[in-house]
Design a protein around this ligand. Structure first.
Ligand SMILES: NC(=O)c1ccc[n+]([C@@H]2O[C@H](COP(=O)([O-])OP(=O)(O)OC[C@H]3O[C@@H](n4cnc5c(N)ncnc54)[C@H](O)[C@@H]3O)[C@@H](O)[C@H]2O)c1
Length: 721
C-alpha cells in the first residue's frame, strides 16, 4: 500500500533529508508544507563559501529525486487552521511528520507562535478534517532535558529547559499531549538531538566548523577557530539516521510516548573537532580560541535510546563518516567558473551578490551580540554608530559582546556624512585589523547607514555589512536598497557613493521609543511617500492610527515598517541598481534635497521630503491630474504629523534655484514625480518654473512660512516671484 505522508518544514534541514529518504523508498507519496515558497534547489538557510554568503544548495541527487511525481509542496502558514483542514482533507495523509519550527534566537512571542501554536493548529486541523486515525510524529528537541544530572537522558524524565527555544518545545509537547488525549489522536514526540549531515546550518557545530576549515584550506580565512567549551559532550546523530528514525516512529511509535532520536553515543566536542580537522586535511595548524558559552550549552549530554532501539533502530552512520560528508558537501559547492579557451572573448558577468531579508522584531537590539555570533561566527566585527545612539544602545551592545565587537563612534548629525569622517573610519578599521571577512554593523539612523555602508563598500574593495537601523526613516527606507554615500565637501548631498547591498537588515521597533518627535515625524514623511506610491494599507494606517504612531507604539510602528519596507522592496526589485532614474520613489526628493542643502542640513531629510511631497501634490492639483479631494487628504495627513515644518520663502526660493543644477545633472530633465491620488503617482519629464513657484506659494500659504530668512540661497536667481 502506498503511504501518504505530510512533512511540515519540508524545506528545512531535517525536512529535506526526510523527504529524500522517503523518496528513495518508492512506496510513499509526500506533501511538503512550510512557510517558504516552493524551491527545489536549496535549503531555506544560508551558508558561507569563504566570505560569500549563499543559499545552501541541495545535493544534486536530492534535487533529482524531488523532480519526480511523488513529491508536492505547498507554502502554508500552519497557524491557518482552516487552510490546513482543506489541504489535509484533500491529501488524506496516512501519517504526518511535523518538523516546522522557529529559530533558536527568535523572540518568545515568535517561538510560541511557531513551536506551540502551529503544532496545536495542526492537531486541531486533523480533527477538523476527520483524520483522527492519521499517525503523527511531532518534532521536539533533546534540549528539553536541560542540564540534567541523570545521564543518559531517559524519555520518562521531566525536562528542565534552560533556554526559551527548548522551553517552547517542552510547552508544545505538553499542549499537544493534552490535545491528543482530548481528541484520541495517535501522536508520538521525537526529541531530536545534535544532528549532523551534509548541508547543515552553520549555527550548529559541524556546519560551523566545516565551513571555516574549508575556508582556511582555501586561504580565505586565517587558521583560527572560535569555539565554546571543548570539554562539553554531545550526542551527535547523523541526519539520515534521524530521518530513518522518524519514519520508523511514524509507522511503529507507540502513541503517547516521547522518543529520543539520537545515537546513544557521547562525544567530546574536542574529539568531534579533531575528526573534522582530520577529514578536512589541512596542511596548517589551526589555533582554537575559546568564546563564551550560550545558555543552551549544557556541559554534558547523551541520550538513552532504549525506546527507539526496541522498535529496531540502530544508527548506521559513524560520526567520522558524517564529518567526511559535511566537509565533502562544502567541497562540492559550486566552483569558480571554468577558464575559457585562449581565443574566446572575455565575458564579464556582474550580478547582484544575493538576496537579503529585512527582519522586524521587537528586542532585536538587545539580542544583537548573540545574533551576530550565531549568524557571523568567527568574523571580526566593527560597529559604527553615532554619539547619541552609542549612549542609548551601542555601549550596552558592545559591553554584552565582551570584546567581540569594536565600536567606531562618529558625532551625531549630518555633518558626519563627510569624506573626512569616511576616511577616518577606514583608518580605524585598519587599526582594528579588520580583514576582508570582517563585518560592519551599522547601528543608527540614515546618517550611520549611509556613512557606514559607504565605508563597507570601499574598505578593501567591499566588505559585508548588516544594517541595524534605529530611526523610523532608516528602518523602512535608508537601510534598504544598498544606496550608500557621503556628501561632497561643497555640500551636494550623496555626491560620493556606491551601490552596496547589506547582508541583512534588522529592525527593532523598541528603539524607536527614544526617538525625538521630530525624527519620528521625519520617518513618517518617507512612509507617506511610499504610501502614495501604491500602498493603500499604509496610507490607511497612517490616517487612522496617527495617535499610536505619534506615541511610538511598537506594534503599530512594526506594522508601518513592514508595510513600507515591503513596498520599497517591491518597487526596487526589478531594478536593484536604480538604472532607471525616473523612479517613483523620488517623490518629494528633487525639491527636498535642494531644500535640505539650502538649510545647511538644519532641516531633517524627512522634513524636507514632506515639503517636496506637498509641493508635488500642489502641482498635481494645478495640472488637474490629482483630484482636490485626494490632495486635501494628503495635506491633512502631513499636517497630522506636523509636516512639513515652516519653511522660509527665501529658503524655498534658494531650493528652486538649485533645481537647475539637478536638471543639468539629469540631462535637462527633472523627472518630477507627481501624486495623482492617495495611492498613485506619475512621472512628468519636466515641470515649469512658474508652475513650481505657484505650487510652492500654495504650500507656504497653507502650512505657514517661518518669515524671511537672513541669508538667501547662493546660486542663480530666484525661481519664484
Ligand atoms: N540610502 C538611502 O536610501 C537613504 C534614504 C533616505 C534617507 N537617507 C539618508 O539618511 C539620513 C537621515 O537619516 P535620519 O533621519 O535617520 O537621521 P540621523 O541618522 O541623523 O538620525 C537623526 C537623529 O536621531 C538620533 N537617533 C537615532 N536613533 C535613535 C533612537 N533610537 N533614539 C533616539 N535618538 C536616535 C541620531 O543620533 C540623530 O541625532 C540623510 O543623510 C539621508 O540622506 C538615505
Amino acid at each position: 500500500m502506498t503511504e501518504r505522508v505530510v512533512v511540515t518544514g519540508a524545506q528545512g534541514f531535517v525536512g529535506r533529508h526526510l523527504v529524500d529518504r522517503l523518496l528513495g523508498r518508492g512506496d510513499v507519496e509526500i506533501l511538503g508544507l512550510g512557510r517558504s515558497p516552493d524551491d527545489r534547489a536549496c535549503f531555506t538557510h544560508q551558508l558561507h563559501r569563504g566570505h560569500t554568503r549563499m543559499r545552501a544548495p541541495l545535493p544534486a541527487e536530492a534535487r533529482a529525486r524531488l523532480a519526480g511525481e511523488r513529491y508536492r509542496y505547498r507554502p502554508l502558514d500552519l497557524r491557518d487552521t482552516a487552510g490546513l483542514v482543506r489541504v489535509l482533507g484533500e491529501f488524506a495523509p496516512t501519517s504526518i511528520v511535523h518538523l516546522a519550527a522557529a529559530l533558536r534566537d527568535q523572540p518568545l512571542g515568535e517561538l510560541l507562535d511557531s513551536n506551540v501554536n502551529a503544532a496545536a493548529s495542526l492537531l486541531d486541523a486533523l480533527v477538523g478534517a476527520r483524520l483522527e486515525s492519521c499517525r503523527v510524529v511531532l518534532g521536539s528537541t533533546g534540549g528539553v532535558y536541560g542540564a540534567s544530572d541523570t545521564q543518559p537522558l531517559r524519555e520518562d524524565l521531566r525536562g528542565a529547559p534552560v533556554d526559551l527555544y527548548s522551553l517552547t518545545k517542552q510547552t508544545s509537547e505538553d499542549a499537544t499531549r493534552i490535545l491528543a488525549g482530548r481528541h484520541g489522536l495517535r501522536v508520538v514526540w521525537a526529541r531530536l538531538f545534535n544532528l549532523v549531515g551534509p548541508g547543515q546550518e552553520e549555527r550548529h557545530f559541524f556546519g560551523r566548523v566545516a565551513a571555516q576549515l574549508t575556508a582556511i584550506r582555501a586561504g580565505l580565512q586565517a587558521p583560527e577557530l572560535e569555539l565554546g567549551d571543548l570539554a562539553a559532550t554531545r550526542d551527535f546523530v547523523d541526519v539520515r539516521d534521524a530521518a530513518d528514525a522518524l519514519w520508523l516512529l511514524a509507522r511503529h511509535g507507540e502513541a503517547g510516548l516521547a522518543y529520543n532520536v539520537a545515537s546513544g553515543r557521547e562525544t567530546r566536542i574536542a574529539d568531534a573537532l579533531a575528526l573534522l580537522i582530520e577529514v578536512a586535511a589541512l596542511d596548517v595548524p589551526v589555533a582554537v580560541r575559546a568564546v563564551a558559552r550560550r545558555v543552551a550549552d549544557v556541559p554534558r549530554h547523551v541520550a538513552d535510546i532504549a525506546r527507539i532501539r526496541a522498535l529496531g533502530f540502530t544508527p548506521r552512520i559513524a560520526l567520522a563518516d558524517s564529518a567526511r560528508d559535511v566537509v565533502a558537501y562544502y567541497d562540492a559547492l559550486p566552483p569558480a567558473p571554468p577558464s575559457a579557451p585562449a581565443d574566446a572573448p572575455i565575458a564579464i558577468a556582474v550580478t547582484a551578490r544575493d538576496d537579503y531579508a529585512v527582519e522586524v522584531s521587537a528586542g532585536l537590539v538587545d539580542r544583537l551580540p548573540a545574533r551576530l555570533a550565531a549568524d557571523y561566527p568567527g568574523r571580526a566585527i566593527a560597529l559604527i554608530t553615532d554619539s547619541r545612539v552609542w549612549e542609548l544602545y551601542g555601549r550596552a551592545v558592545v559591553a554584552r559582546a565582551a570584546g567581540a565587537i569594536a565600536p567606531l563612534i562618529v558625532p551625531e548629525g549630518e555633518r558626519s556624512k563627510s569624506p573626512e569622517r569616511w576616511l577616518a573610519l577606514i583608518d580605524e578599521l585598519h587599526r582594528h585589523r579588520v580583514d576582508r571577512r570582517g563585518l560592519i554593523v551599522n547601528l543608527g539612523g540614515g546618517l550611520v547607514i549611509d556613512l557606514g555602508g559607504f565605508v563597507a563598500a570601499s574598505y578593501l574593495r567591499g566588505v559585508d555589512y548588516v544594517n541595524v537601523p534605529t530611526t523610523l526613516l532608516a528602518q523602512h527606507d535608508a537601510a534598504i536598497g544598498g544606496k550608500v554615500a557621503v556628501n561632497a565637501a561643497w555640500g551636494t548631498k550623496n555626491f560620493l557613493g556606491a551601490f552596496h547591498h547589506p547582508r541583512a537588515v534588522w529592525c527593532d521597533p523598541h528603539v524607536l521609543r527614544t526617538l525625538p518627535a521630530r525624527d519620528l515625524a521625519a520617518g513618517v514623511a518617507e512612509a507617506i511617500k511610499v504610501a502614495l506610491c501604491g500602498e493603500p494599507d499604509l496610507f490607511q494606517l497612517l490616517e487612522t492610527r496617527a495617535d499610536q504612531v505619534r506615541a511610538a507604539e511598537p506594534a503599530t510602528l512594526a506594522e508601518l515598517v513592514r508595510l513600507a519596507a515591503a513596498r520599497k522592496a517591491a518597487l526596487l526589485a526589478p531594478d536593484p541598481y536604480e538604472v532607471d532614474l525616473r523612479r517613483v520613489l523620488n517623490l518629494g526628493h528633487t525639491l527636498g534635497h535642494a531644500l535640505e542643502v539650502e538649510h545647511g542640513h538644519a532641516l531633517r531629510h524627512g522634513e524636507a521630503v514632506a515639503f517636496g511631497i506637498a509641493v508635488a501634490t500642489a502641482v498635481g492639483v494645478e495640472r488637474g491630474v490629482c483630484p482636490r479631494r485626494d490632495a486635501d487628504r494628503i495635506f491633512a495627513l502631513l499636517a497630522r504629523y506636523d509636516l512639513p515644518p515652516a519653511i522660509t520663502r527665501d529658503h524655498a526660493a534658494g531650493a528652486l534655484r538649485r533645481l537647475d543644477d539637478i536638471r543639468l545633472a539629469r540631462g535637462n530633465r527633472l523627472n518630477f514625480v507627481i501624486p495623482t491620488g492617495v495611492h498613485a503617482v506619475r512621472i512628468s519629464p519636466e515641470v515649469g518654473d512658474d508652475e513650481l513657484a505657484r505650487a510652492v506659494d500654495h504650500v507656504l500659504a497653507r502650512f505657514g512660512s517661518a518669515g524671511v530668512a537672513r541669508t538667501a540661497g547662493t546660486a542663480g536667481t530666484a525661481g519664484i516671484g
